[in-house]
Design a protein around this ligand. Sequence first.
Ligand code: AMP
Length: 394
Amino acid sequence: MAFKSIDQVDMAGKKVFLRVDFNVPLDKTGNITDDTRIQAVLPTLNYALSKKAKIILASHLGRPKGKPEAEFSLAPVARRLGDLLKKEVPLAPDCIGPEVERMVEALNPGDVLLLENLRFHKEEEKNDPGFAQNLARLAEVYVNDAFAVSHRAHASVEGITKFFKEKAAGYLMRDELHYLGKVMEDPARPLVAVIGGAKVSGKLEVLKNLAPRVDRLIIGGGMAFTFLKAVGMAVGKSLVEEDLINTARGIIEGANQKGVKVFLPVDCVVAEKMDPSAQTKVVPVDKIPGTEMGLDIGPETLLRFGEALRDARTILWNGPMGVFEMEPFSNGTMGLVEHIVKSGALSVVGGGDTDTAVHRSGKADKISYISTAGGAFLELLEGKKLPGVEALKT
Ligand code: AMP
């Protein structure tokens, strides 16, 4: 890899600026409802602690409009992190400025300080060089473990790196790039991509970039109906993006020309409305009634998708097969998880909804890697270079 990982830099007793993604969900009273993002950084934090670094943590939380707003304070994160690390994690009143610098100077080796929300300054999202320099002056070593924001050229992700000689990726960042690199650059074949989710539009660039690279492309979820319409099916009231029908046809034809087999649903679960109590039935995709919409793949489709996954050696999956949040439309997505696990392939899964679905299936521990990122994961699959990753390269 063209960048160092955290264990390749000397940080003993040094001030380390550690960019993390602590953008956790909070309820109305400010309690953290899911601390996965904090837990995900613990290996990096524990390593830095074991080296007796002086750790300065920086993150954003929510969408404050470039000024301090109490509801977006990182105070709940400081408390939770303190509980997890079993040590005090003070919260600085800001992320830059003389008061923060004083707190940093007072750190002892092995201390942890959390800076207040980076996005309390509009300069963060503008990648302002002066702001980046003010952040950088706090530390001697820069570590980025915030893969989920590395597709953004923000000051704490991109601009700041120009002021450091020593910079490295944390373990979470390293693992994300390692697994995605395996899929995109040097996959064991057959490589099968499963793409689902609501719309083609959100995944268009992913589909275009992946189609020629994979051996098989499985398309499910709401987006499948635009593809089905492109091959001449009437799809009733199912989700269709009319303006993308030609594009969908082009993706199928392009894949076929390269010898890539595209798998579309052959049957689906339909209902008159997207409602957990709606009457459902299974119909072949060429017999969807005009008044109904397809909300999950059907059992025959699941069998065929399973067959396409059986001898796969690498599987990449993004996007649910149906409206898995509602029980009557969850079988396709849950069944897909089983087939992926059964294949024994290296499996890399990403995207917020897919992540949720895999955890709901109870089989998350059988998936090789579940990405913590949404946008950054998709941008890598689109073949884009991520500013935060490029900036780490030496
Ligand atoms: P995405 O964020 O594009 O991956 O889309 C995820 C969403 O797609 C989930 O909330 C699913 O409920 C939704 N979805 C999956 N299949 C369908 C479908 N057949 N019709 C409508 N929405 C769907």
